[in-house]
Design a protein around this ligand. Structure first.
Ligand SMILES: [Zn+2]
Length: 245
């Protein structure tokens, strides 16, 4: 009526996604094979800088030269140089708002601050690494089985939800948790509950599953058994007293 178009959330999301996709494809052309070797945080920082000021990260820039050298050599000094370029050299007007934005992008780009820093393209976890997993408690990041392969013990799986607003709270609480086929969650296995769209993802091969210590279970059982036995014993004693043995 007034010349405005009302977009649905879905339409806005589609527009946003396609906008991001176009830029990512442009950056793939600019950074060539180096793009795929960058970490997610590095790609995101560049994507944000590209959206905000394309001239600073595109072909022929010092920033791009440093990033390519970083990927090719694995030397984190080149990343530091790129960070410096992004933070201090891209804002000659010393615009305060832009400076704050650049600082956030620089922070995001600085992978060397990650506790398990490795060279570009390498796995963030060393080959000998393992994750200790306690079923029902430990939360596993998405897609780790794609990186490390699936665990040979197929009794275990990772609970995955659809990660959208329709996921019930009780199901969302199980996202990423590990369960065994023999010991399901309180709402069963993925897909058991009414209209459940949750799925079971393979456990990554580097998982070391720690089941609840068997001794504890055994002691707990013994205590109950012992309680029953004691009660029986008292009853028996009473009977014996009554009988007058
Ligand atoms: Zn579900």
């Amino acid at each position: 009526m007034d010349g405005q178009i009302t977009l649905t959330d879905e339409q806005i999301q589609t527009l946003f996604d396609s906008g991001v996709e176009i830029r990512v494809n442009e950056l793939r052309v600019i950074y060539k094979s180096a793009w795929e070797k960058l970490r997610a945080n590095e790609q995101l920082a560049i994507l944000d800088a590209y959206f905000n000021g394309p001239s600073m990260v595109r072909g022929g820039t010092k920033f791009r030269r440093h990033m390519i050298a970083y990927v090719e050599s694995g030397n984190p000094q080149h990343l530091k140089d790129a960070i410096y370029e992004l933070e201090y050299c891209s804002n000659p007007e010393k615009n305060d708002g832009l400076f704050k934005r650049r600082k956030v992008q620089a922070e995001l780009l600085d992978s060397t601050k990650a506790p398990l820093y490795t060279k570009p393209g390498e796995s963030p976890l060393p080959a000998f690494a393992s994750i200790t997993v306690i079923p029902g408690k430990t939360i596993i990041s998405r897609g780790m089985h794609e990186h490390y392969g699936a665990h040979p013990d197929q009794r275990y799986y990772v609970w995955r939800t659809q990660m959208d607003p329709k996921v019930r709270k009780a199901h969302a609480a199980l996202e990423g948790k590990v369960f065994s086929i023999e010991d399901p969650s309180s709402i069963g296995h993925p897909g058991n509950d009414y209209n459940c769209r949750c799925t079971a993802e393979p456990l990554p091969a580097i998982a070391q599953v720690i089941e609840e210590p068997l001794e504890v279970k055994h002691i707990r059982l013994t205590c109950i058994e012992l309680g029953v036995m004691m009660a029986d014993w008292h009853a028996l004693q009473r009977e014996m007293v009554l009988i007058g043995v």
